[in-house]
Design a protein around this ligand. Structure first.
Ligand code: NAP
Length: 502
């Protein structure tokens, strides 16, 4: 699509106190970032980036073709040997510089994230701090890559295991955390000694391009990180995954696209890490600390206005605490100010697209048709911007579509349960298994329930699980592999076994 309205260009250091003030986005749409240079795509067609708060055009970014993707793989291949031979300490220092630069620019980066994604500024600031932390954490991991030496049971030889960079990695990321989903992959890949091609989501490419300039400044050599945007992710990705020089796919996004990419990766038997969708249960037992459960619910549901893979999707609340919990949640969610993410007083920004709002609307209508009662919100507003208000539904039927699908919006669906067994059975009645939340004052019960729940991550009496120092990931159809902690860098390493006698 070629230019229609002019991209929004305003005061580059515009005061964030003015909701209308925005960044000049043009510096972040200079072309594809390949081999350390901004390069033109081989077609004139561009991808529009829309402000979800106003529906205005923010910028247009380059639209890579299959040929451009091949150029990016060429660049990653050209830089691969020198990068894998840099010393771990050197890689560590560069990653540490990326961290420092991100922190120094966190205000601008948060505003950019908020602008293109729509999330409220406090959420965007939280994301930048979280995203930067992957550089600091992996700067520390780069100098701690493990190795093993053992004696064979026969006593005849030694078993030496060396961990080598797996090779060129293709990284594909979603729009809901434009900074953190990229750095959660780039930082461990670079720590391991891999070169990468990042393909960010079409809705939020500007943050990825802003960060590309920052890596260069931090001393990342040309070709080590390449960033391309495309409106045809299927063929462009297939071309990269089919290239025998590429040895890793790391994807974050929906389970549906993850399944397609796994099928594509099977053709070249490509190592694949998958961070996919979720359907998080949030269990509140009668003995829970009500205030703590409500605090946790607000974080688990309303961080990013519900647009998070870890977002609480199903609130299972025990009968004895149910009414108090509902009253408390309605009070807190009803007090949130809805508005543009760039307005500092906003607590709940717009959704990413009109399509996302349509989906929420459809799920709410379906739940209501099956007997749910709307006790807050539930009606999409008129006018510009992709807004949906904070909404609470009670008496939701376990047959409602929202019990099986990610709502991905500010809608809390509350189900009443009687027994622990019932809550566990309902929690596990899903193809997903990413995050779960449990609130009880009885630690023994909390740990017992945690061990019964089929989920890669459990928050016990907390509303937040994400931590760069911890292994993030899901079971069942929520994914394969882990990001963060000591596990993150292992996804980009391959064990080489050497049998030797000495
Ligand atoms: P999505 O539609 O699956 O897209 C994710 C990425 O895949 C985007 O870059 C997209 O590009 C690309 N893509 C789409 N179709 C493709 C294809 N055929 N071949 C190759 N790439 C393709 O997901 P989303 O809507 O952006 O993100 C929301 C989803 O991500 C939710 O399900 C959420 O739970 C999940 N998520 C999971 C985690 C986790 O850590 N487990 C974290 C965040 C989000 P385009 O933008 O150009 O379509």
């Amino acid at each position: 699509m070629s230019a229609t309205p002019m991209p929004r260009a305003a005061n580059a250091e515009g005061a964030i106190a003015d909701p209308a003030a925005s960044l000049d986005c043009r510096p972040f749409s200079k072309g594809l970032y390949i081999d350390g240079r901004w390069q033109k795509a081989s077609q004139a067609h561009t991808i529009p980036v829309i402000d979800p708060a106003t529906e205005d055009l923010l910028a247009e970014v380059a639209d890579a073709t299959v040929d451009d993707a091949r150029r990016a793989v060429d660049a990653a291949a050209g830089a691969a040997r020198a990068w894998r031979l840099t010393s771990p300490r050197q890689r560590s220092e560069i990653l540490r510089t990326c961290y420092r630069l991100m922190i120094e620019r966190s205000d601008m980066l948060a505003r950019l994230v908020s602008l293109e994604n729509g999330k409220a500024l406090p959420d965007a600031r939280g994301e930048i701090a979280y995203a930067a932390e992957f550089f600091r954490w992996n700067a520390e991991e780069a100098v701690r890559i493990p190795g093993e030496l053992g004696r064979a049971p026969s006593g005849g030889n030694r078993i030496l295991v060396d961990y080598e960079p797996i090779g060129i990695a293709v990284l594909i990321t979603p729009w809901n955390f434009p900074a953190a989903m990229a750095t959660r992959k780039i930082a461990p890949a670079l720590a391991a000694g891999c070169t990468v091609i990042l393909k960010p989501a079409s809705e939020t490419p500007l943050t990825a391009y802003a960060l590309a300039g920052l890596y260069e400044e931090a001393g990342v050599p040309p070709g080590v990180v390449n960033v391309i945007t495309t409106s045809t992710p299927g063929p462009v990705t297939a071309a990269m995954l089919g290239d025998p020089r590429v040895r890793k796919l790391s994807f974050t996004g929906s389970t549906g696209v993850g399944r397609q990419l796994l099928a594509e990766a099977a053709k070249t038997v490509l190592s694949s890490s998958m961070e996919l969708g979720g359907n998080a249960p949030f269990l509140v037992f009668d003995d829970a600390d009500l205030d703590a459960a409500l605090d946790g619910a607000m974080v688990a549901k309303m961080r990013n206005a519900g647009e998070a893979c870890t977002a609480a999707n199903r609130f299972y609340v025990q009968a004895g605490i149910h009414d108090d919990f509902v009253a408390g949640l309605v009070g807190r969610m009803g007090a949130l100010k809805v508005g543009p993410g760039s307005d500092p007083s906003t607590a709940c920004g717009p959704m990413i697209t009109a399509k996302a709002v349509d989906k929420i609307d459809r799920l709410v209508a379906d739940a209501v048709a099956r007997g749910a009662k709307v006790v807050l919100g539930g009606r999409r507003p008129e006018g510009k911007g992709f807004y949906y208000p904070p909404t609470v539904l009670i008496d939701v039927s376990p047959d409602a579509e929202m019990a099986r699908e990610e709502i991905f919006g500010p809608v809390a669906a509350i189900y009443r349960f009687e027994t622990q067994e019932q809550a566990i059975a309902w929690s596990n009645d899903t193809e997903y298994g990413l995050a779960s939340y449990i609130f009880t004052r009885d630690l023994k019960r909390g740990l017992a329930v945690a061990s019964e729940i089929e989920s890669g991550m459990i928050a016990l009496n907390r509303g937040l699980v994400s931590d760069p120092a911890a292994p993030f990931g899901g079971v069942k159809q929520s994914g394969l592999g882990r990001e963060g902690g000591a596990h993150g860098v292992l996804e980009f390493l391959e064990a080489k076994y050497i049998a030797t006698s000495f």
